[in-house]
Design a protein around this ligand. Structure first.
Ligand code: LLP
Length: 417
C-alpha cells in the first residue's frame, strides 16, 4: 500500500506526513492517496488494452464523492446497488450510460429512478424482480436493458460472508434456470436483453474460481446466442483480492484481466468488471491516536480513538489489517498488544496480538482501509463519523468533514404529548 516512511522515519501518504494530517484534521481520520486510485484504475485499463470493455467501479467499496468524481473523470463506469448510490454517482458527474444496477432487492422506486436517469443496464437476480422491472418500465413507457445475474455455483474460497456464487447463496439466478428466465425476459414488455452478469465473491486471491465461473457463464452465453439472443456484454463482477498480509499473494490486476480476456476466446462481447476493493482498498489508511495503554495481568491493551464503528471489518469478518506506528521509535521495546477501540463490545478490536512499542498520544495507521472502511461505518455508541482526506502529491483535500455531535441527533424528535 502506498504509505511509506520518509527520510525521518515518519509514515507518509504520497508527500504528506500523516502526523501533519492528524494535527490539522484530528483523528480518527481516513486518508486516501489519489495516485493509488489512479494507478489501480490505470492497471485495469491497460490490461484490457484494445479489447472492448467497461470498468464499473463498485461504489459500495468507498462512495465518497471525490473518489467517484476522480474515477468518472478517468473514464470509469459504476456498479451501484441502491438509489442512494445512483444519486451519488450522478452528483459526481457519472454518465448514465456507464451505470449498471446490481442487487437482489431493488424497489419499484429505485427502478423508476434508474430508468429516469437512463442507466446502461439492470443486473436482474430473480424472476419476481424481472416481472417487476417489466411492469415498472412499461408504466414509465421506457425500455430497461437487462442482464441476468447468473449464479454459477463456484466456490470462491473466501470468507463465507463475502462469498456469493454458491447455489445456497441468495444471489443470482441458478445456472440451470437461467435459460428459461432469459426466454421469459425476451417475451416480457419493457425489457431488452443485452448481456449476462455474475459475481462470485470478494477478496479472491486466486484466478481459478474466476476462470471456472467464466466457463460456466460462457456455456450459457453460447446457448443463448444459438437461440438468437444478441448479447452485447458479459459482466464478470468484482472480487479481485488485495494484499492485507505479507504472505497473501493475490493476482495482479493485469493477470486477472488477462485471464478473463483469454477465457473469452474469439467471442466479441464487451467485457465488464466491477472492481471495488482492488481500486480503493490499498489507497487508504485509517489514522488513529492512542488514548491509553492499559496493562492487565493478562494482556496489554492499546486503546485508540478509532473503533468498530469506524472500521467494522476486523469485528465482522475477523479481517486482518496491518497496524503501524506513524513514527517508529527505535529505542522503545515492542510488546504483544491488543489494539482496541472505545466501543463497549469485546468484538471492538482493530488488531489482535500485534508487536508494538507505543505510548499514549502516539499515532497509528490501520493499513489497507480504503475499501469497506468508511462506507460501512456507523454511529454506534453515538460516535460521530470520521473525517476523510485525499492526498494528491503534496496537496491535502478535506473530502468529508468530521460529523458533529449535533449531526448525531439532528433528525430525532420527542414524541408529541
Ligand atoms: N459487484 C457486486 C455485485 C458485488 O456484490 C460486489 C461486492 C462487488 C462488485 C465488488 O467486489 P470487490 O471488487 O470489492 O471485491 N464488506 C466486505 C466486502 C463485501 C463485498 C460485497 N460485494 C469486506 O469488507 O470485505
Amino acid at each position: 500500500m502506498r504509505a511509506a516512511p520518509d527520510a525521518g522515519g515518519e509514515l507518509c501518504i504520497e508527500r504528506v506526513a500523516l502526523s501533519a494530517i492528524a494535527e490539522r484534521f484530528g483523528t480518527p481520520c481516513y486518508v486516501y492517496s489519489k495516485a493509488a486510485i489512479v494507478d489501480a484504475f490505470g492497471q485495469y485499463r491497460a490490461a484490457f488494452g484494445e479489447h472492448a470493455h467497461l470498468v464499473l467501479y463498485a461504489v459500495k467499496a468507498n462512495s465518497n464523492l471525490a473518489i467517484l468524481k476522480l474515477l468518472a473523470e478517468l473514464g470509469s463506469g459504476f456498479d451501484i446497488v441502491s438509489g442512494g448510490e445512483l444519486a451519488r454517482v450522478l452528483a459526481a458527474g457519472a454518465a448514465p450510460s456507464t451505470i449498471v444496477f446490481s442487487g437482489v432487492g431493488k424497489s419499484s422506486g429505485e427502478m423508476r429512478q434508474a430508468l429516469a436517469a437512463g442507466i446502461h443496464c439492470f443486473n436482474v437476480e430473480s424472476e419476481p424482480e424481472l416481472e417487476r422491472l417489466s411492469r415498472v418500465a412499461t408504466a414509465a413507457a421506457a425500455t430497461a436493458n437487462v442482464s441476468l445475474r447468473v449464479n454459477p455455483d463456484v466456490d470462491a474460497r473466501t470468507h463465507p460472508y463475502i462469498s456469493t456464487g454458491l447455489r445456497q447463496d441468495k444471489f443470482g439466478v441458478p445456472h440451470e434456470e437461467a435459460l428459461v428466465l432469459y426466454r421469459k425476459a425476451r417475451q416480457l414488455p419493457g425489457l431488452r436483453v443485452t448481456g449476462i452478469g455474475c459475481h462470485i465473491g470478494s477478496q479472491l486471491t486466486d484466478t481459478s474460481p474466476f476462470a471456472a465461473a467464466l466457463e460456466r457463464v460462457l456455456s450459457l452465453a453460447d446457448q443463448l446466442t444459438a437461440e438468437g439472443f444478441q448479447l452485447e456484454h458479459l459482466d464478470l463482477g468484482g472480487g479481485l483480492g488485495i494484499r492485507y498480509q505479507a504472505e497473501e499473494r493475490p493476482p495482479a490486476i493485469g493477470e486477472y484481466v488477462r485471464t478473463l480476456v483469454a477465457g473469452l476466446g474469439a467471442r466479441r462481447m464487451r467485457l465488464m468488471v466491477e472492481p471495488g476493493r482492488s481500486i480503493a482498498g490499498n489507497a487508504g489508511v485509517l489514522l488513529t491516536r492512542v488514548e491509553y495503554v492499559k496493562t492487565t495481568a493478562e494482556r496489554c491493551f492499546v486503546i485508540v480513538d478509532a473503533a468498530m464503528n469506524d472500521l467494522v471489518r476486523p469485528a465482522l469478518y475477523d479481517a486482518w489489517h496491518d497496524v503501524r506506528p506513524v513514527r517508529v521509535e527505535p529505542r522503545r521495546a515492542s510488546r504483544l498488544c491488543q489494539v482496541v477501540g472505545p466501543v463497549c463490545e469485546s468484538g471492538d478490536f482493530l488488531g489482535r496480538d500485534r508487536m508494538l512499542g507505543v505510548e499514549a498520544g502516539d499515532l497509528l495507521a490501520v493499513m489497507s482501509a480504503g475499501a469497506y472502511g468508511m462506507s460501512m461505518s456507523s454511529n454506534y455508541n453515538s460516535r460521530p463519523r470520521a473525517a476523510e482526506v485525499m492526498v494528491d502529491g503534496e496537496r491535502v483535500h478535506l473530502v468529508r468533514s468530521r460529523e458533529t455531535i449535533a449531526d448525531l441527533f439532528a433528525r430525532e424528535a420527542f414524541m408529541a404529548r
